[in-house]
Each structure stands twice: as structure tokens, then as C-alpha cells.
Ligand binder design. Structure first.
Ligand SMILES: N[C@@H](CCC(=O)N[C@@H](CS)C(=O)NCC(=O)O)C(=O)O
Length: 320
């Protein structure tokens, strides 16, 4: 991680732990918003007006949080407005490495080889982890925001008419319900799998494991009762949040994170739902089983020899 703008060579991919050995995710450091008129958003400073070609997204295809933003970009039809670099799937000793394509694009890469250099270009004394996703402003040469929840919402409304598709991922009439379901899914499932995987005590693992399967069981029941999406006919940001975890479940979490009570393939409604979301135009292109497996299994603390499993073959892969 970065400490006062310098890369700490003793960087460890296992993140902070609480007193019980539970995993604690870092709070995102940059929280400005792109808005139609450049006024300030719910957090941070103003000055980031929506403009085609001005903003650039750095993502890792392994990362569920980054994938949220890629899916929102595709669903809103912002591909020609916000450019993207996909980092190399394996975490290096210096964190995320920019891909050759990003390095070739001098304008966005800012002479950087690693993502942490994008952070220090913004704040030369930054302390914290250099995480993806990052929304970068070419004009002011700084990070606008590195919190996926914010980036999804600014893609939904912040680019106004520049977004080709008028789908609303956060409709006002169900916004409170969306917030409530997001807040329920996040600790139990999205972050719950990480809490199981990075637990350093049996008790922390056991708690996270139970939460993950309670959440999967409840979502299975919800989808059996109503569908096709979590809020009925409308696909919302909650579907994006659920999908990014479900699509990684059998590929990575079930094995590496030891969330192995059941495979996702043994949940009929969730499996059908995963395929349904995957078939929404634009979504499949954001999913790379190769990056997901290579990325997760490169976490040395969990897999010291770095062997990447050859399987599993999953039914939904035919849709990619
Ligand atoms: N709150 C962030 C979390 C992002 C996050 O944790 N990203 C991980 C990859 S899945 C990362 O970049 N980790 C690198 C590190 O911790 O050094 C968000 O949702 O945007």
C-alpha cells in the first residue's frame, strides 16, 4: 500500500483485521462526483462536469467492485464517453500493474506503470491501498472517485444525455428499498465471501461462512417468489451488485475463500438469474473467467504456490 506517497515494499494482500480476526475493507479515499453541470455531488468537491472523452476508468476484471462500474457503464451506453483500462489480473509486489494497452496510451497512463502512481499523481502524500476501480479526470489530472458504489450512481445520472440508454438503475420510487437490500447483501454476501476468505481465526471464518449461505438461501427464495430481477421487472444497481459476486462464486470463492457448503450451480433460481443477467446486452463482455481465476489465485497469502485450478466448467460459460 501507499504510505505518505511511497510504495510500502512489505505490502500484503491480506487486509486489516479486527480483534476477532475478521477482515476489514478500507474506506475509499476519493469521493468527488461527475455531474451534468459540474456542481458538487453528495460528497467531495465540484468541478467535474460530464464531458465525452474526459474521464477514464481503471478496472481489474477480477474485481467485483470494479466490475460493478464496468457493467453500469455498459448498461447506460457510456462506452464512447468514458474510456477504460483493464489492469493485469495478477496482483504484483507493487499492486495493480497497468496493461500494455494502458501503458501505450500515454495520455491516460500519465507515465505510470502501476496503479499506485495514478494515486500519487493525484495526491503525492497519499496513504492507503491503491484499489480499483478508479475514475480518472484527464483534464485536471486527478482521481475523481475510487468508490464503486458512487461511480455506479454517477454513471446512472451524472452523465445526463451523454448516456445512450435511458435505463434507470436507481429509480426514485424504490430507492429506499434498493438501499436497504444493498445494505443487507453487502456484509453478508459481497463482502461476506471476503470475510470468509481472509479470516484469520476459525470463529471469524465460521461467522462469515454462515452469513454467506444465509444470504444465498434468502436470495434464492426471493427470486423463486418474484423475478425476473431482484425488484421484479426492473434491473437495478442491486442486480449488478448481486451478479458480480454470484458470477465469481464457483470460480473463485467456493475454492479459494472456502465458502464451500454448496456451489452456486446447486441453487436453481440463482443459477437461472445469473444467466439472465449475463444475457443482458453488454454484461457478458465484462466477465472474464480467466482473469477471475488468475487474479484470485495469485493472492499469495491464500495460495502460496500460485497454482490456478483448471476447472470448474460452468453451465453459464457457454454464454460468454
Ligand atoms: N470500496 C472499494 C473497494 C475496492 C477494492 O477493494 N478493490 C480491490 C480489488 S477487488 C483492490 O483494488 N485491492 C487492492 C489492494 O487492496 O491493494 C469499491 O467498492 O470501490
Amino acid at each position: 500500500m501507499l504510505v505518505n506517497g511511497k510504495w510500502d515494499a512489505d505490502w500484503q494482500p491480506v487486509q486489516a483485521t479486527d480483534k476477532k480476526g475478521g477482515f476489514v475493507r478500507q474506506i475509499s479515499g476519493f469521493r468527488n462526483w461527475v455531474t451534468v453541470d459540474g456542481s458538487a455531488g453528495p460528497t467531495g468537491e465540484g468541478g467535474f462536469q460530464a464531458e465525452a472523452g474526459r474521464y477514464h476508468l481503471f478496472v481489474a476484471l477480477i474485481c467485483p467492485w470494479a466490475s460493478r462500474t464496468l457493467i453500469a457503464r455498459a448498461l447506460k451506453g457510456l462506452e464512447d464517453v468514458v474510456t477504460v483500462s483493464i489492469v493485469e489480473p495478477e496482483l504484483t509486489r507493487e499492486g495493480w500493474k497497468l496493461s500494455d494497452a494502458a501503458l501505450a496510451d500515454v495520455e491516460t497512463a500519465q507515465g505510470a506503470t502501476y496503479l499506485h502512481q495514478i494515486y500519487t499523481a493525484t495526491d503525492p502524500v497519499y496513504t492507503g491501498r491503491a484499489t480499483v476501480p478508479v475514475l480518472w479526470d484527464r483534464k485536471t489530472r486527478r482521481i475523481v472517485n475510487n468508490e464503486s458504489a458512487d461511480i455506479v450512481r454517477m454513471f446512472n445520472t451524472g452523465f445526463g444525455a451523454l448516456a445512450k440508454n435511458d435505463i434507470d438503475l436507481y429509480p426514485a420510487d424504490i430507492a429506499a428499498d434498493i438501499d436497504a437490500l444493498n445494505d443487507w447483501i453487502y456484509p453478508r454476501l459481497n463482502n461476506g465471501v471476503y470475510c470468509a476468505g481472509f479470516a484469520t481465526t476459525q470463529v471469524a471464518y465460521d461467522e462469515a461462512f454462515a452469513d454467506v449461505f444465509t444470504a444465498l438461501d434468502a436470495l434464492e427464495d426471493r427470486l423463486l417468489g418474484k423475478g425476473p430481477f431482484l425488484f421484479g421487472d426492473r434491473l437495478t444497481e442491486t442486480d449488478i451488485r448481486a451478479f458480480v459476486t454470484l458470477v465469481r462464486f464457483d470460480l473463485a470463492y467456493h475454492g479459494l475463500f472456502k465458502t464451500n457448503k454448496r456451489a452456486l450451480t446447486s441453487y436453481p433460481a440463482l443459477s437461472a438469474y445469473l444467466e439472465r443477467v449475463l444475457q443482458v446486452p453488454g454484461v457478458a463482455a465484462t466477465v472474464s473467467p480467466d482473469h477471475i481465476k488468475r487474479g484470485y489465485y495469485s493472492i499469495k497469502a491464500l495460495n502460496p504456490n500460485g497454482i490456478v485450478p483448471d476447472g470448474p466448467d460452468l453451465p453459464w460459460m457457454r454464454l460468454l
